[in-house]
Design a protein around this ligand. Sequence first.
Ligand SMILES: *[C@@H]1O[C@H](CO)[C@@H](O)[C@H](O)[C@H]1NC(C)=O
Ligand SMILES: *[C@@H]1O[C@H](CO)[C@@H](O)[C@H](O)[C@H]1NC(C)=O
Ligand SMILES: *[C@@H]1O[C@H](CO)[C@@H](O)[C@H](O)[C@H]1NC(C)=O
Ligand SMILES: *[C@@H]1O[C@H](CO)[C@@H](O)[C@H](O)[C@H]1NC(C)=O
Length: 960
Amino acid sequence: MRCTPFSFLPLALLFLLLLALPVEMVKNSDFKTCNESRFCRLHREFATNSTKTPPKVPRYSLNPATIDFTDSKFVANILDSQTNQELSLSLSFLNHGIVRFRIQETDQNSGRYQGPGNYVLKDGENGLQKIDSKNFKIEVNTSPEGTKTHLISFYQNSLGEQMQLAITESPWTISLLQNNKTTIEVNTRGLFNFEHINKKQEVSSSQEQTSESSESGSTVAQKPSFEEKFKNWVDSVPKGPQSFGIDINFPGSSNLYGIPEHASPLSLKVTRDDKEGYSEPYRLYNLDVFEYLNDSPMALYGSVPFLISHSLENTVGLFWMNPSETWVDVSKTQSPALLNLFNKYVSGSTSGNKMSSHWISESGVLDAFLIPGPTSKDVFLQYSSLVGTTSLPREFSLGYHQCRWNYLDQADVLEVNDKFESNKIPYDVIWLDIEHTDGKRYYTWDNKKFPDPVAMQEKLAKHGRKLVNVVDPHIKVDQDFRVSKEASEKGYFIKRNNGEDYKGWCWPGDSNWIDYFNPEASKWISDQYSFENYNNTTPALFVWNDMNEPAVFNGPEITMEKDIVHFGGIEHRDVHNLYGMLVQKATAEGLINREPVRKRPFVLSRSYFAGTQRYGPVWTGDNTADWEHLKTSVSMVLSNCLAGINFNGADVGGFFGNPNPELLTRWYQLGIWYPFFRAHSHIDTKRREPWLLGEPYMTYIRDAIQTRYRLLPYWYTLFYENTLTGMPIVRPMWVEFPKQSGLFDMYEQFMVGPALMVTPVLSEGEAVTQRIYFRSQESYHDLFSDYQLPGPETHDTMTMLGSQSVFVVGGHIIPTKERPRRSSQLMKHDPYTLTIYTSMHGSSKGSLYIDDGETLDYEKGAFIYREFNYTGATLTSKDGAPSSVDSPAKKKFIESIKHIRVERIVVRGMMNSFKRAIINENGKERSVEVTCTKEKRGVCTIRDPAVLITEDWSIRLSFD
Ligand SMILES: *[C@@H]1O[C@H](CO)[C@@H](O)[C@H](O)[C@H]1NC(C)=O
Ligand SMILES: *[C@@H]1O[C@H](CO)[C@@H](O)[C@H](O)[C@H]1NC(C)=O
Ligand SMILES: *[C@@H]1O[C@H](CO)[C@@H](O)[C@H](O)[C@H]1NC(C)=O
Ligand SMILES: *[C@@H]1O[C@H](CO)[C@@H](O)[C@H](O)[C@H]1NC(C)=O
């Protein structure tokens, strides 16, 4: 939601102000550039200096006397020849061949924040599994120049290739090798630069925090000040500077991806280069950005410091586990870096392209994970072994969400609901923004507008529909508001250095913020979602956490001051990018526990970090109703998916401004392919529910939404498969076609799972000429007609407003539910259709996951996972569950869906005309009629084979 200090001004004044101000000022100047951030400027300058005049003797090298290797851990001290201080480097070797390295002061009690591992890693710091070092082979080689390299052979990758780590002493570098080829290099450009935290400063400033009037005041007065100013704000930087930067390079790489969230193309652009890319680095700092710009590396609401490099040879990744403000410069080098001269042993074959990243963080420990690949499948599995996969969502939440700031009152909500019914447009969830509350006191209702919220929710629930209420993390300062009073009395708010509750402006005016770093406070706020505490809520109500960057209207960059200290003495600076995720986590926990039977939560969050996928969906924030934002949304959604944040989408229609009916229609046609599919709009925009557009637009939109609903079984299966593999649910073309370099930059066409290839219309026109890339030697089947064509080819097609270009790659079987219903819940017991899209060779495979869609019983085996295989004109269904536990929960679940059958099987791309299908189920044979179309590569349909979805069976097509 939009957030500016102007929101408090009377409307007329606001209008005048907006007229008076140049628009750019509103958008941009609230936020820092690299040059306006001391540490970013410093490391960039250091990079410029080291590149222009490489030092004759490297500034940092390993102290040989300190090198040790025990228990899967390589440790050494890094000596800074300028200051003569030492840093500690530790390298550990984890499951899947992941290598983690950490750098900090040799004294771990230096006052530096020790990192967010217990929040971010799925099983916490202690859950990381090391590889047994018994089988490691270690060699030490000395170059003619006298540089020592420690070469550790530690792992065989998925291709059976030897993975090695080479560590050089001077300059110190780390290289990850696969089959003797370097895939990731650390510090080979020599950009490592580390500011020692000043221990003396830390001590004196913490005394200052406890008591301003204590006698330590005199020592405080003498300390040098590290204050940093931005506009009218002063950051006291109590611990002094503690930033660091390092280069991480990808030899042979052509493209880098990831590090969301930015409104920029999928394949990262080079930075420090106005002509070819951006002049600013990509910034990771969770912010509420008003009317964000397109094609910009500016920070937005979420941050995931995970980078992927892809080339024809391999795919690798880097996870930078640091939630402080972080900037990433991206560059491309054509020739080997100068410092590689020191480093002949590992530079070996590394000529040609090299993509390079320069990571700059303000505080915390330098803590990075090298993700070795070598395929993209490996990378997604490896990364998700650290931070987890996307939690299985409530089934309803994959349906369509109707949101607006604001549905005015109870009557309005019910009228919108009725209009969906009468216009036969399916939807699952209607949303209420901030205006539903009593004066922006979350957990309350405006009783005048919503006289009977329970009756309203029950009415929606009748057809399986849900309500989502916004609940933001700022709490109105108001002693008469129970939540505010209790939190304040219990000391659960974030505090200023003087012990007072931190206060800032947000929607309710003066507000406090819950300190989610206090476990007790977090538990307490979770409990506010119980039915007892959150009045007038029912099991049909779910939650949306907005403004959780956190947005503070009168704070620096519209967020919280960095020198605020959280529970346990953690400076906000150290954990800024983590705050939003903890808000969502606490809400999710509250929702899981509010019913006697634990149910999956649904909580949408605007702010996010690595690991957020475990707690719920996110959306791309306050976009604009124009064609550029429509297009950028594709790349933003794909970037999130690559970074593990699969359950995400952009506001359909655009939040700001009024889309014309054509743009809105195209946006729905794209939006059905976002994993999270919600329309939303600003309070000042015109109403735009689908029926308000009139015909033919409403029909087009209904068609699009119905396509989403037909495919819900496929979507749900993709979410399940993500929990096994970490594979992105919506994925860039290169993930499916890794050897097609022409597709590496592409996001205008993308894949939904392995089967569906979507080419959305992203430009204006009733009829738009689209270029579609069919890149594999496979048959491609139009999702909406019997049309098919063979790849590889590039095909130009004219797409009219009512239609879209979606092709199924041959070789897949897609499960659907074809009966139009009003909501996903009403489809629950509907029979399935299986469509077999045959490959060039006539075979296909597919899968289907089903569970109860709401409880956590699937953890106890209460689900089915079927694998379908079509070969030699025979379709089989068999159990594909990774492990089959026979639990009572499973039995009960299977009993509940035992009656669900397959009502139709369609085979596309048939070379022959079949007459009958012989069904073998439970050892019994029966036969049903088959009808085939006449043309070559036609369609055969088996009407009502009536095989059960829970059972093993086979169906053989026969000529007679
Ligand atoms: C870069 O070089 C200039 C000129 O020698 C020097 O003044 C400056 O301190 C250097 N900056 C850094 C960050 O090393
Ligand atoms: C890697 O290099 C070593 C040493 O030069 C050599 O013995 C080995 O055969 C090489 N392996 C491959 C797969 O090229
Ligand atoms: C819920 O209602 C009860 C009874 O009317 C009231 O005491 C309580 O303060 C309400 N809770 C909130 C959060 O407003
Ligand atoms: C499909 O079935 C055929 C014949 O039984 C078998 O050879 C093939 O491996 C199966 N494919 C899959 C993906 O299970």
